[in-house]
Design a protein around this ligand. Sequence first.
Ligand SMILES: C[S@@+](CC[C@H](N)C(=O)[O-])C[C@H]1O[C@@H](n2cnc3c(N)ncnc32)[C@H](O)[C@@H]1O
Length: 202
Amino acid sequence: MRDRRDYYYWQAKKLGYRSRASFKLIQMNRTFKLIKEGDWVLDLGASPGGWSQVAVELGAKVVAVDINPMEPIEGVHFIRGDITREETLEEIKSVRRYYDVVLSDASPKISGKWTIDHLLSIDLARSAFKIAREVLKDGGNFVVKVFQGEEIQNLFNEFKRFFRFKKFHSPKASRKQSAEIYFVGKGFKRFKAQRNIQQSRV
Ligand SMILES: C[S@@+](CC[C@H](N)C(=O)[O-])C[C@H]1O[C@@H](n2cnc3c(N)ncnc32)[C@H](O)[C@@H]1O
């Protein structure tokens, strides 16, 4: 069994974060300046709430979505929903039409089979981006988790043209043995993305 009691596990306990994942967002925010005070942040795959806590601390207003329940956090509007479903997008839009930042730390249920987990995570990342394309403001920031594997480059090619700055990044707080990596996109090109949606509907 994996030893959960690493440095970040204990730090999270000490500082009152609900998960060690909080430190990944703290580190990425330090590196990439993703969230600023007053921003509206959409946190997909948010439970138990470690990223939402960090976003609130940074002065953001947060809408969090998860298929599983989440204990309330002050300053966070929680939607219980599946990010692969259209009705969840509608609910997100009904709370707030546009967001400054869209984050997704959503993970599939791990099967332990590398390729399956990789492909499921790619599907979830595409669902997160589909939501971002609808609700992210022009110039906004997007972060999404994926498990590494052969589809990574295709995913990067799909996402990259919609952002001024784009990169795959592995925060220090990710476990060394973990396959996870984050796509970080800054400066969303909303009008290009909208044109692309319209063309794909024709
Ligand atoms: C690694 S956890 C997120 C941890 C969170 N960032 C934190 O800091 O506490 C991944 C989450 O993704 C959620 N998830 C997986 N598939 C989902 C889906 N289709 N729709 C919504 N949430 C999903 C899971 O329920 C789980 O809570």
